[in-house]
Design a protein around this ligand. Structure first.
Ligand code: NDP
Length: 484
């Protein structure tokens, strides 16, 4: 059985404790590989390697760092099929999604940040005629990155690319639930000739390997994407150590449909927003609010379009809806379906585990895309992040009312609004408490824009210049210019 290895100081290596965890293919429920159960000794080794590599890497000209990151991006492209298949087996997501979204985005992340660092600039300020200030932006040192299982290589590279591009060295921990593509990436880093210690990957459990990264005194900066409760735990350790932190956390995002919306776009857009990646995207629009005059016809067409989603073996190219990532997560989502029943929801479609699509997948974790109406805006199903293929549909009458509904959660990651009324789109975009507002689209991402959440969806922003700034320390130099 394949054994994933840590990547420390340029070498692929066993965890020091010699322990491994089972890695399960969610579509089959079978163990198919093993992942290191690393502990703080492995994190210590990785951090020492990253510290040793920092002086050389931070002094490497940006153009050379850029070339290396672009070379890794090219290798990802050259290995697209292999990486997409690995992501699908590890995560349960449809192979077509992995081929067209996850893996291409991973190479784009490296190419985007690898080239944007060449254009990164800082400021200078002339203070009347008495001084000139200029700002240096220095890499922060050793950065810890911790990423989740839903978009494994996509989010892993989203963090390491700007960190490495700006001259930091990295100790990264992918989710132990989906470690495979980060492991394959480390093989590509070796092939590309990334100097030893610049990137180190320690696999293992969050509370063990992840927590060891967060509390290591030499790791100055933590970039985390994951659940809100984990983010709070990380902040409890890192904040008193004065570490710089970016926390990208959960979401419970509204998807608002006005009666004047172009339904030919709004309906498929809402299906994608609700059910992409089996609803396991932090940006999924799982609370759908529809203006009452369009409610019935929207619901009919939305249910019909959802019914056309092909649930299947994730390895089949035609599959649009694959397996949930793990048994515990599958059970969690089913428990929310049960809660929706207790809270009085009407199930318009779905509402249970899906029959296995074939013999191979007979023990897999499949759940039907589920649409529920009749729930109160403030019930638990409508307030808590479920992270599964479960959407609620709620009618509204007035603009003020829907803004209040949209803001009625502790989260504030994203929102989508569908309307042909431009003034209304601007008003709603202004009033919704979320870091990203999409108008007449969903998950249309430009890597240059600030990305992050308000309220309990996070602290800080990633993306474009925000990420380059986050991973650098501004230092102002003030030079007096005395008159002679
Ligand atoms: P978790 O918070 O459970 O885990 C995220 C990462 O943190 C994993 O690598 C995990 O390791 C690690 N971890 C867990 N506990 C600790 C700890 N005490 N100290 C350090 N690291 C720890 O999230 P999930 O993996 O379940 O991912 C789903 C969540 O991610 C959802 O809430 C989703 O909304 C959020 N998310 C947010 C995004 C955003 O941009 N805002 C984007 C994508 C997802 P391990 O898994 O190995 O235990």
């Amino acid at each position: 059985m394949k054994r994933i290895q840590n990547y420390i100081d340029g070498e692929l290596c066993e965890p020091l404790g010699g322990k491994y965890l089972d890695n399960v293919e969610p579509a089959t429920g079978q163990v198919y590989s093993q992942v290191p159960d690393s502990d703080e000794r492995d994190v210590e080794r990785a951090t020492s390697a990253a510290l040793a590599a920092f002086p050389g890497w931070s002094a490497t000209p940006a153009a050379d760092r850029s070339r290396l990151l672009c070379k890794i991006a090219d290798l990802i492209d050259a290995n697209l099929d292999r990486l997409a298949e690995a992501e699908t087996i590890d995560n349960g997501k449809p192979i077509t999604l992995a081929r067209t979204l996850d893996i291409p985005r991973a190479s784009e992340n490296l190419r985007f940040f690898g080239t944007s660092v060449l254009h990164f600039h800082s400021e200078s300020h002339a203070t009347d005629n008495v001084a000139i200030n200029y700002t240096l932006r220095k890499p922060r040192g050793v950065v810890g990155t911790i990423s989740p299982w839903n978009l494994p290589l996509y989010l892993f590279t989203w963090k390491i690319a700007p960190a490495l591009a700006t001259g930091n060295t990295v100790v990264g921990k992918p989710s132990e639930v989906t470690p495979m593509t980060a492991f394959l990436l480390t093989e590509l880093c070796r092939e590309a000739g990334l100097p030893p210690g610049v990137l180190n990957v320690v696999h293992g459990l969050g509370p063990k390997a992840g927590a060891a990264i967060v509390k290591h005194p030499a790791i100055t900066t933590i970039s985390f994407t994951g659940g809100t409760a984990t983010g709070a735990e990380i902040a409890r350790t890192a904040a008193p150590m004065f570490k710089k932190m970016a926390l990208e956390l959960g979401g419970k995002n509204p998807n608002i449909i006005f009666a004047d919306a172009n339904m030919d776009a709004a309906i498929p857009g809402s299906v994608r927003a609700a059910f992409s990646n089996q609803g396991q995207v932090c940006l999924c629009g799982s609370r759908i609010f529809v203006e009452r005059s369009a409610y019935k016809s929207f619901l009919t067409k939305f249910v019909e379009a959802t019914g056309n989603l092909k649930i299947g073996d994730p390895l089949e190219p035609a599959t649009q809806h694959g397996a949930m990532v793990s048994r515990p997560h599958y059970e969690k989502v089913l428990s929310y379906i049960e809660l929706a029943r207790q809270e009085g929801g009407d199930f318009i479609c779905g509402g249970k585990n899906a029959p296995p699509p074939n013999e191979r997948c007979k023990d897999g974790y499949f759940i039907e895309p589920t649409i529920i109406t009749g729930l109160d805006v403030n019930c638990r199903v409508n307030r808590e992040e479920i992270f599964g293929p479960l959407a609620t549909v709620i009618p509204f009458d007035r603009e003020d009312e829907v803004v209040e509904y949209a803001n009625a959660t502790d989260y504030g990651l994203s929102a989508a609004v569908w309307t042909e009324n431009l003034s209304r789109a601007h008003r709603i975009a202004d009033r919704i408490q979320a870091g990203t507002i999409w108008v007449n689209c969903w998950l249309l991402r430009d890597l240059r824009v600030p990305f992050g959440g308000m309220k309990q969806s996070g602290v800080g922003r990633e993306g474009g210049q925000e990420a380059l700034r986050f991973f650098t320390e501004p230092k102002n130099v003030c030079i007096a210019t005395p008159k002679s």
